[in-house]
Design a protein around this ligand. Structure first.
Ligand code: SF4
Ligand code: SF4
Length: 423
C-alpha cells in the first residue's frame, strides 16, 4: 500500500483520489479494502477534481451541520451522523497519572488496565471497518486517544493512515512518553492534523506530584518528544502540535510558565483543562473554590499576554469551562448525543466519553445501526433536558464538562434556527 503517487500536484490533498491506495504502477483504488481499480488519473484531472471537491466538501459540511442542528431542535432524532468520533484504542498505559479516570493499571513499566473491563486493544478490523462508515454519515473529524496511551496500540499507524485516506480531520492525544524519532517521522509523513501532548506541567516538581511512583522521570523525555516532533515537521503545516495541561492543585500556579514552555518547545498552542473529579481521592488534588478563582485570573492574564508576535494560540476556551465551575453541566442542555460518539477498546459505543451509557457494541452491530438505534435515542431523549447530562440514569460524570463550549455553540445555533423558522 502506498499513498497517492501524485503529490507533486498542488491540490493533491483535496483530490478525490489523493491518499487512496495505489499500486506501484500508479493504478488507483477507491478504498483501502478495495480490489477494484478506479483507473489512472491524469494530472489535469486531479487539479480539476481537487478544486471542485473542495467546494463540494464545504457544502457537505454546511448541510451536515444544519442537519445536526435540526436534529437537536427536534429533541429526538438524529438526522445525520456525528460531527466527530473518538476512538479509544487501548487500555494499555505506561503512566499512572493522579488525575486519570482509569489509573490503577500496572503502571510505569507499560502494563494495562484491569482485565475485568474487557479487551485491552480495539480490534484492528473493527476499527478500520468503523472508519469506513464515517464519511457517508457526514462525520468530519476523528480523535484517537486511549483509556490508556494510543502509541501502545499495535495498529495505530495503519488506523491513522486509513482515517487520512478517508479525508477525515485527524487528532491524536498522547502522553508524549513514546515520541521517538521514528514516531515523529511517521506522524509527520501521515500529515496528522493535530497531535495533542498531555505534558501536564511546566516543572519537574509538579509533573512528579501528578504522576505517582517514579513517573516523574518521564518529564524530560516528554519535552524532548515535543521538540522532536516540531523539528521533524520543519516548515510543514501539519501536524499542529498542542500542549495540554490539566490544572490541579500541584500545577495551577504555573500558567505563565506553561505558556512560556509552549514557546520554548516550539508548540503551536496550549489547551487548559480543569481536572475532573471522579473520586474522593481525586478531590484532594482538585483546586479549592478560592484557587479556582485565582486560576481563572491567571488564565485571563496569560491569555491577554498573547498576541503580537507570539505564535501560541489558546485552544478550547478554558475561561468558559473555568468560569462555569465544576457543576457547569447542570446548567445546559446536553446535545452531545447528536454531536459525537466514542468507541471504546472493547468495541462499545458511548455517546459521551464521560458516560458509561453503552449504546451498543461494534462486535454485534455496525456503527450506523448503533447511532440510529433505540439506546442512543434514549440517551438523546434524556440528555437534552436541562442538566440532562447529569441525570444519574445516564451514568455520566460531568465534572467541568469538557464539551461545554461546543454544547453552548450548538444551543445558540438551535435558538437562532428556531427564531428564523418561527412563523
Ligand atoms: S496517560 Fe492517560 S490513560 Fe495513562 S494514566 Fe495518564 S491520564 Fe490515564
Ligand atoms: S460531560 Fe455530561 S453534560 Fe457534558 S457532554 Fe458529557 S454527558 Fe453531556
Amino acid at each position: 500500500m502506498s499513498s497517492c503517487p501524485r503529490r507533486e500536484c498542488s491540490t493533491w490533498r483535496l483530490c478525490r483520489f489523493a491518499g487512496r491506495s495505489a499500486g506501484p504502477d500508479g493504478e488507483l483504488k477507491p478504498g483501502y479494502h478495495s480490489g477494484v481499480s478506479a483507473g489512472r488519473a491524469q494530472t489535469g484531472d486531479w487539479r480539476w477534481r481537487g478544486e471542485s471537491d473542495r467546494a463540494i466538501d464545504r457544502v457537505k459540511a454546511a448541510f451536515h451541520g444544519a442537519a445536526i442542528i435540526a436534529g437537536i431542535a427536534s429533541r429526538r432524532f438524529a438526522l445525520t451522523g456525528p460531527w466527530f468520533v473518538t476512538f479509544k484504542l487501548t487500555r494499555a498505559c505506561n503512566l499512572t497519572c493522579a488525575f486519570c479516570r482509569y489509573r490503577g493499571g500496572a503502571g510505569d513499566e507499560g502494563g494495562s488496565m484491569p482485565a475485568s473491563r474487557g479487551a485491552v486493544h480495539l480490534d484492528r478490523d473493527l476499527a478500520l471497518r468503523t472508519l469506513e462508515e464515517l464519511p457517508e454519515l457526514g462525520t468530519q473529524r476523528v480523535s484517537f486517544q486511549g483509556d490508556g496511551e494510543p502509541l501502545l496500540y499495535p495498529h495505530l499507524f495503519e488506523v491513522l493512515g486509513e482515517a487520512r485516506r478517508l479525508g477525515l480531520v485527524c487528532e491524536l492525544i498522547t502522553n508524549g512518553v513514546m515520541i521517538t524519532d521514528d514516531v515523529a517521522s511517521r506522524l509527520v509523513e501521515l500529515e496528522i492534523d493535530e497531535v495533542c501532548v498531555s505534558i501536564t506541567s511546566a516543572t519537574q516538581e509538579s509533573y512528579t506530584a501528578l504522576h505517582g511512583g517514579n513517573g516523574g522521570r518521564h518529564w524530560p523525555g516528554v519535552r524532548e518528544g515535543v521538540r522532536r516532533l516540531v523539528r521533524r515537521r520543519g516548515g510543514a503545516s501539519r501536524p499542529k502540535v498542542l500542549l495540554v495541561y490539566v490544572l490541579a492543585r500541584p500545577n495551577w500556579r504555573e500558567v505563565p510558565e506553561m505558556i512560556a514552555q509552549a514557546d520554548e518547545l516550539g508548540a503551536d498552542g496550549v489547551a487548559f483543562a480543569p481536572m475532573a473529579v471522579y473520586s474522593d481521592e481525586m478531590r484532594a488534588l482538585a483546586v479549592t473554590a478560592e484557587e479556582e478563582r485565582a486560576a481563572l485570573e491567571a488564565l485571563r492574564a496569560g491569555i491577554s499576554g498573547l498576541g503580537g508576535d507570539r505564535a501560541i494560540e489558546i485552544v478550547g476556551d478554558p475561561l468558559l469551562r473555568y468560569g462555569g465551575g465544576e457543576g457547569i453541566a447542570s446548567r445546559i442542555r446536553c446535545s452531545i448525543g447528536w454531536l459525537t460518539a466514542g468507541v471504546r477498546p472493547a468495541g462499545e459505543v458511548v455517546p459521551c466519553l464521560r458516560s458509561d451509557w453503552i449504546a451498543g457494541n461494534l462486535h454485534d452491530q455496525s456503527f450506523r445501526e448503533i447511532w440510529r438505534g433505540p439506546a442512543f435515542q434514549e440517551f438523546r431523549r434524556r440528555s437534552i433536558r436541562i442538566g440532562g447530562g447529569t441525570d444519574p440514569a445516564l451514568k455520566s460524570r460531568c465534572s467541568y464538562c469538557c464539551f461545554y463550549p461546543m454544547l453552548r455553540r450548538a444551543n445558540h445555533a438551535v435558538s437562532l434556527a428556531s427564531f428564523f423558522t418561527w412563523a
